[in-house]
Design a protein around this ligand. Structure first.
Ligand code: FAD
Length: 448
């Protein structure tokens, strides 16, 4: 075959280049990316702000792609894709030189950017007390600004906002989280599960205000305060964690179809324009449960998408089954994990749901070190099919949700999941685990 050109080098493109090279040992591959380093791990940024990761440099990686016979052109910004001529036009960010790179197959992995809401006063104070958390540079600027005793406000109570709130609290700042929806982590957790997390945050001394909106940001040259529904709160730092927006404009300008939240792709990760593939945060996805629109911008999803696109672009033939939304975060001392549909999402999607929810200990009470864990399993009451799951606990939330994720992938019902044997040893788990107990509770509620 001819050649492959990849735009952007994040989790998705990294997976794509590995998959493409495994599929075709010889195909010429060029990657064009606008960073001044190869790969970066955004997921580590809040923990670098906290200081658990010692340096922001530790999040940057050299990939030595030349060993895989991959030509990496960076820092170059792709300005245009000419889909008719099958050509990519890019500018060098150091010397400003222009390059034109022809392609036979094009892979777009341009990721996303943080959403900065149009709040009066905010734009002018970005970098001057108000920060997003998406690059090492801006996260480091936030860390440099953060001094013990200062007041910080986090706009948005998704994973990034909460992980950063905890980081700032542990650096000695007074922290308030403002979430406009009724509960924290609203996309992943039902309100009863997020209440556990909210209690934990309050226990750490973080104030959490739900159902409240920042209406104005004020300061002359540097941030001084935010207005929450008109009430002024003094603030030295504002963390803007209001979600992300797909970098889909480049593709749209090339004539690629773009939907409400990102580039539209089929199960091969191919776009509406032949020979152009896309993946990761710049795309929109469908649920593997029932094919409804269900987009979650996660590294795990980007990696899987990229693998599928890389194989197909290099001449292979594979398909993406849809996204499960398996997710985990460490917020303070708690693991918070979720997969599939919350009860609210499932209900809005037309399901009559049944759920089993249970608070238990991770270990028998006679073994030292047991922690509380709460597990919730959501299923379709008509068929018993598992639709989602959530778990919150000091330990063990992620593995239980991983089991539920596997159940969703294989279309399991509550009855089938109840039959799955889980491991037991006193320092690790109980013989009859909280997950199985929650599943059995849902079976009983369903009348089984
Ligand atoms: C603070 C933070 C914490 C996170 N934590 C988690 C987590 O714990 N777990 C999880 O699963 N996910 C997490 N995520 C999400 C995860 O990082 C993203 O889903 C993932 O990075 C998306 O990968 P991607 O390849 O689609 O895009 P990206 O990683 O964003 O890569 C896109 C690349 O394309 C480049 N680019 C864009 N446009 C152009 C252009 N025109 N020309 C050249 N180059 C271009 C960009 O500079 C970038 O290098 C987190 C994200 C953030 C910001």
């Amino acid at each position: 075959m001819g050649n492959i050109v990849i735009v952007g080098l994040g989790a998705g493109s990294f997976a794509a280049v590995l998959a493409a090279r495994k599929t075709d040992r010889a195909v010429p591959i060029t990657i064009i990316d606008d960073k001044s380093y190869d790969l970066m791990h955004p997921c580590g940024l809040p923990y670098a702000v906290e200081g658990i990761i010692e340096s922001f440099e530790n999040l940057k990686h050299a990939l030595h792609l030349e060993k895989m016979k991959v030509d990496l052109r960076r820092p170059f910004h792709v300005d245009k894709i000419d889909a008719k001529k099958q050509l990519v036009i890019a500018s060098g960010l150091n010397a400003g030189e222009k390059i034109e790179v022809p392609y036979e197959k094009l892979l777009i992995g341009t990721g996303s950017r943080p959403f900065v809401p149009p709040i009066p006063g905010l734009n002018a104070l970005m970098g001057k007390g108000a920060y997003t958390i998406s690059t090492p540079e801006e996260s480091e600027a936030l860390k440099c600004k953060a001094v013990s005793g200062m007041k910080a406000v986090c706009l948005g109570a998704g994973a990034i906002g909460l992980e950063t709130a905890v980081a700032l609290k542990r650096l000695g700042l007074e922290v308030t989280v403002i979430e406009m929806l009724e509960n924290i982590m609203p996309r992943a957790l039902d309100s009863d599960m997020s209440a556990i997390l909210q209690g934990h945050l309050q226990g750490l001394g973080i104030e959490v205000l739900c159902g409240r909106k920042i209406t104005q940001v004020a300061g002359a040259g540097f941030l001084q305060s935010v207005f929450v529904d008109g009430e002024e709160i003094a603030a030295d730092i504002l963390v803007v964690a209001a979600g992300v927006r797909a970098n889909s404009e480049l593709a749209a300008e090339a004539g690629v179809a773009v939907g409400k939240v990102g580039i539209i792709v089929d199960e091969k990760m191919e776009t509406s324009v032949p020979n152009i593939y896309a993946y990761g945060d710049c795309t929109q996805t469908k649920s593997l449960i029932d094919g409804v629109d269900f987009t979650l911008q996660l590294s795990t999803t980007a990696y899987r998408h990229g693998t599928i696109a890389g194989i197909n672009a290099a001449g292979g033939n594979t398909a993406y089954p849809g996204v499960s939304g398996a997710f985990v975060s460490k917020v303070g001392n708690l693991e918070v994990a979720a997969v599939g549909y919350t009860t609210a999402f499932a209900t809005a999607a037309g399901y009559k749901i049944v759920f089993g929810k249970l608070k238990d200990m991770t270990l028998f009470d006679w073994y030292p070190g047991a922690d509380e864990i709460t597990v919730k399993v959501v299923a379709d009451s008509a068929t018993g099919r598992i639709l989602g799951g959530q778990a919150v606990g000091v330990t063990g939330a992620a593995w239980r949700v991983n089991v539920i994720s596997a159940a969703i992938h294989s279309g399991m019902t509550l009855d089938k999941l109840s039959e799955v044997e889980l491991t037991y040893c006193p320092p690790i788990s109980q013989t009859y685990d909280a997950l199985t107990k929650a599943v059995d509770l849902a079976i009983r509620k369903r009348g089984g």
